[in-house]
Design a protein around this ligand. Structure first.
Ligand code: ADP
Ligand code: MG
Length: 839
């Protein structure tokens, strides 16, 4: 295990400080790094022998402590502030607290104005509430930023940076290339070597020209016989090169690359790879890959294909990687303990680096990819294991409810809970009853009845004397939850005070409600996530429920935790998230699944092309005659929101005057103010509106029981899961319902999507299909979480088995050795991103 970080540059404390098992020597090392006195010799020796990876770090620390200059001190302070932010402003960045630390530092800076300013600002930090702490850190950072010392770099000599040096030190990289590489997310030499190909193209098949079949991709060898540059149009230059081998002549054609002319001079021997086109009588290759014959670098073998950027051609990138791989081969060291490597047949690391770029066969590539993917997943799961450990060590509160009280409430419900709901309730109740904070994800298709389960959880909190918060992604949805829940609570005759806190309320009412929440007069507060971001203070918050979390954007755990130490958390999601992703995004969560619908869904879905619009209107009209209610959904595309909005408004006019003139047609869109939205929803519920023209604002969770007809305009513009969510708005009480998707899709993908929408009505299957079509990035907001680029070798969709094993091993490693040296590598690789990538 030596050399996890042999060549590592000293890492700032902000990174290493993420390790939270505070009793370990590792934590000691952290504390030391931020200004504690050097430990006596024996401890130092232990540290250095058990953490060989810290060695350079140690030299660094000792070096620093010996003659700490002002600049270095400031740097240190800055690191600590960063760590404190990272840790969620819990005054845990330094042993003894931030205030003490800054005093210590200020004493060394004595005489400087900055010193006294810092000291004044940090006074009383330990007693400050969260928001004030955050502000204080901000101000401290400002002070440092404005200090004349800014930018001073430490003068100590760094150990050989090796792989971890900026990519500009790589061979063949100058200023220009550095910029291009940075654009690709390549910051260090290591990044360059780990810049994985998107795929491997098999260019190994070499053919004679005469033997090339139409449409075949192959490599040919030949001599340039003629070169012709023509300009058929102003903006078009065609370079046509005749290449001949013993069997015949082929024409290679390039568009708008006149400079190639000089490189492809007559008589030159070339190797070309491309797709043979025989439709012009002779063999033609359009924009083929080429290189001088005999190089065998870009043709005649398996060649990796990289995502790249303009100005950095594939060939150049490949050469860079190869040269630096050879150069740095020695620096690539094993990370993973040998036992694990053997168990899973992982390639030696250096070999894996090499073969992922230069495999001899696809199997070799796959094996290399698998080895490196395993490494990534293992490291990431080490973070998850640490997180899990941390929550396990946390003391929360035990929330319990008497059987009788719970049964009474369940009996008062207007329906019987499904088996799945009861099961989930059991699991939640169990979690809440232990002193450990709950982290549970409740997944269930649209209409599976998550709301009532959430309510039950809240009741358990209330019964134990704690408050609960329920957060919805939109105000409309918060209102709806409020309405449903208030009704159920009243029905049961429970002494539970429910509050709705949304932006649309008059200021006075909001202030009043906030007061009541603070005094503990509200047991359950429903709202948007402003609930945790605003200055709402709870008296005794015990449980936070988050509905449709992936729609919130990133909620930081720290934000939640500032509202109550070690809260119990229940996250709900209607988008079935694949197991690989839950293990990653919600890696330390337990999962409950509602796999049973309270009522069978009886929605027929039709995909209808534009010419039959009138027919659709007639059918909808007939349903309305029968007293049913309908939605007409109009997509809003962000780029042209204004335009689309007008289209929706206009559509409402047309429908109200045309096909549905006998009926009451309403409008709902995101730009209406909250009062107007509420009114529209209320009217719909009261049947004062029979047709609601809406934008996708209705997509999430809206529950109007009687609606049973839906027309989706431009259905090809919606994602599959979104279509399914939309459709989930009708037929809510098990009545027959009908959904028309109006669309004339142009792409194959859109056709596939619509066909799947028409044919599949199971949400989990829909999600699977959607994942196949779109990939997980957009579907689950992974892009927004930064997760789509976090893993380079691992494929979060395909690598479930690998992930499971890596997870097991990671948990075992941390179990056996809570301060395992690989933690440092985890920090280096994922540190900050880990926080952002996860809930
Ligand atoms: P979702 O999981 O999509 O959030 P909801 O909680 O909104 O679903 O529930 C959908 C509808 O089903 C609501 O009208 C709710 O009252 C109803 N419902 C929930 N549980 C049951 C049940 N066990 N039996 C019958 N209806 C139920
Ligand atoms: Mg819901």
């Amino acid at each position: 295990m030596t050399g996890v970080a042999r060549n590592r540059r000293p890492r700032p404390a902000g990174r290493s400080g993420r390790v939270k098992t505070a009793t370990t020597e590792w934590a000691w090392a952290n504390a030391l790094s931020v200004g504690m006195p050097i430990p006596p010799e024996p401890i130092k020796t232990t540290l250095m022998t058990s953490f060989p990876c810290c060695k350079p770090y140690w030299y660094y620390i000792m070096n620093q402590m010996a003659g700490q200059s002002g600049d270095e001190l400031i740097r240190r302070v800055r690191q600590v502030l960063q760590l404190e932010k990272h840790e969620g402003y819990r005054d845990r960045a330094v042993l003894g607290g931030l205030e003490g630390f800054i005093e210590h530092a200020a004493a060394k800076l004595s005489g400087e104005r900055l010193a006294s300013e810092l000291q004044a600002k940090v006074k009383g930090y330990a007693e400050m509430p969260f928001a004030e702490r955050r502000e204080t850190i901000r101000q401290l950072e400002d002070l440092l930023r404005n200090s004349p010392r800014e930018g001073a770099e430490p003068t100590i000599e760094q150990p050989n940076g090796g792989l971890y040096r900026p990519v500009r030190y790589a061979k063949g990289v100058g200023e220009r290339r550095e910029k291009l590489l940075n654009k690709l997310g390549i910051g260090t030499i290591e990044d360059l070597l780990l810049y994985f190909p998107r795929r491997i193209e098999d260019r190994s098949r070499v053919k004679r020209i005469a033997a090339l079949r139409h449409g075949e991709r192959a490599t040919i060898h030949g001599r340039v016989r003629a070169v012709d540059l023509i300009r058929p149009k102003r903006n078009l230059q065609i370079l046509k090169v005749a290449v001949q081998d013993v069997s015949g002549v082929a024409y290679a054609v390039w568009f708008n690359q006149p400079w190639l002319k000089n490189q492809l001079a007559q008589g030159r021997k070339l190797a070309l790879y491309g797709e043979a086109d025989r439709s012009f009588g002779s063999v033609q290759l359009t924009n083929p890959i080429w290189e001088p014959a005999g190089e065998g670098f870009l043709t005649g073998r398996l060649v990796p294909v990289y995502p790249t950027t303009e100005g950095l051609p594939q060939g150049a990138l490949l050469r860079l990687i190869r040269e630096n791989l050879s150069l740095y081969q020695e620096d690539i060291e094993e990370l993973i303990p040998e036992g694990i490597r053997k168990r899973y047949g992982l390639l030696p690391r250096g070999e894996a680096f090499w073969k992922i770029h230069f495999p001899e066969s696809l199997e070799e590539f796959e094996r290399a990819r698998g080895s490196l993917a395993f490494e990534e997943l293992l490291l990431f799961q080490i973070g998850v294991a640490l997180e899990r450990r941390r929550t396990e060590e946390q003391r929360g509160r035990s929330l319990t409810i008497g059987d009788e009280q719970l049964e009474d409430f369940i009996a008062s419900l207007p329906f019987r809970l499904t088996g799945a709901q009861l099961q989930a309730l059991d699991e939640i109740r169990q979690d809440l009853s232990t002193a450990r904070p709950m982290n549970r994800l409740l997944q269930g298709d649209v209409g599976s009845g998550k709301t009532v389960v959430a309510l039950l959880a809240c009741l358990i909190a209330q019964a134990s004397g704690y408050q609960a918060a329920l957060m919805a992604p939109t105000e409309i949805l918060a209102q709806q939850h409020y309405r449903v829940i208030a009704e159920l609570v009243e029905r049961a005759g429970l002494p539970v005070e429910v509050g709705l806190l949304i932006g649309g309320l008059p200021e006075r009412e909001k202030a009043e409600l906030r007061g009541m929440i603070e005094e503990g007069n509200r047991d359950l507060v429903i709202g948007t996530h402003a609930l945790i971001q605003d200055e709402v203070r709870f008296q005794r918050l015990g449980l936070a429920v988050i509905d449709e979390q992936h729609r919130f954007g990133v909620i930081q755990r720290a934000e939640l935790e500032k509202k109550g130490e070690s809260l119990d958390i229940l996250v709900m999601s209607a988008t079935p998230i694949p197991r690989t992703i839950t293990l990653t995004l919600y890696g330390h969560f337990e999962i409950s699944i509602l796999d049973e619908l309270p009522q069978p869904r009886r929605i027929r879905t039709y995909w209808v092309a534009e010419p039959r619009r009138e027919e659709v209107y007639q059918l909808v009209g007939a349903k309305l005659e029968e007293g049913q209610q309908a939605y007409v959904v109009y997509p809003l595309v962000e780029e042209s929101e204004e335009l689309e909005l007008r289209a929706a408004i206009q559509m409402r006019e047309e429908l109200a005057q045309g096909p549905f003139k006998e009926f009451k047609v309403g409008l709902l869109h995101g730009r209406m103010n909250e009062g107007e939205k509420r009114e529209a929803m209320e009217q719909l519920r009261q049947r004062e509106i029979e047709v609601l023209v809406a934008t996708t604002i209705i997509e999430v969770g809206i529950d109007v029981p009687d609606a049973s007809v839906m027309v989706i305009e431009h259905a090809d513009r919606f994602g599959l899961s979104q279509l399914h969510q939309l459709r989930g708005r009708i037929g809510r009480t098990g009545q027959e319902a009908i959904c028309f998707a109006l669309a004339g899709p142009k792409t194959e993908e859109a056709k596939r999507r619509l066909a799947a929408f028409r044919d599949i009505d199971d949400g989990f299957k829909i999600a699977e299909e959607d994942l196949k079509i779109r990939g997980p990035g957009e579907l689950l907001g992974l892009t927004q979480h930064g997760l789509d680029t976090t893993f380079k070798a691992a494929d979060l969709l395909r690598d479930l088995e690998l992930l499971k094993r890596a997870r097991e091993e990671a948990f075992r490693l941390i179990e056996k050795q809570p301060d395992h040296p690989l933690i440092a590598e985890f920090e280096r690789r994922f540190g900050e991103r880990f926080e952002w990538a996860r809930f």
